[in-house]
Ligand binder design. Sequence first.
Ligand code: DC
Length: 226
Amino acid sequence: MKNITIAIDGPASSGKSTVAKIIAKNLGYTYLDTGAMYRSATYLALQNNLTEADVPALLEQLAEHPISFGKAADGSQAVYVGDVEVTHPIRDNQVTNNVSWVAAIPEVREELVAQQRRIAEGGAIIMDGRDIGTVVLPNADLKIFLVASVEERAERRFKENQEKGIPTDFETLKKEIAERDYKDSHRKVSPLKAADDAITFDTTGVDIDGVVNFIQEKAKKIIDKG
Ligand code: DC
């Protein structure tokens, strides 16, 4: 059986990480959440009061406190910078609302992309982000680009927040998602866009199982062929 590489890209809250995690588990593949890496870099920038003007200091911080992944007690993925666990802090609003400027720094992207490619070297990997099919793994065996309306994505995030007990204003959430979409797709370096050979799938009105089955069927065809 062939070990393939799967790239899943798409805008904020399009369901990438939810489906990627399930597919990774089903196939016995490694899952790499590249958004968590940009969030971790943002966490380091904020902890150290760094701005766009402090790129060398941010790169130093990244070298001193390498980003790594481990397993939490409940089996879910835990994220670390150096030996500090940042799984939850990197989902805070402050990080979310600052990640676009950090992710737009070419030197930060260069470093994180190199790390992502090293992790993918062994194959049997499913990676999600914004530039996986276009930049990180241009030779990925399967490239999926997930989209969904802003309204639906805001609703999904709103529900998630409610379940976690995080107070949220729906209209603010919608505005923040639209703003992040705009920034992620209009930045100079590696903007969010579908690779020419990606399969675009609109998940508006489709449940998680529907998206998982769609991607898994495509993956299995490629695996069985190999
Ligand atoms: O997937 P996410 O929302 O956790 O990603 C957080 C931010 O990181 C997102 O707004 C854009 C950036 N990002 C990126 O630029 N490239 C990636 N491959 C993944 C995420």
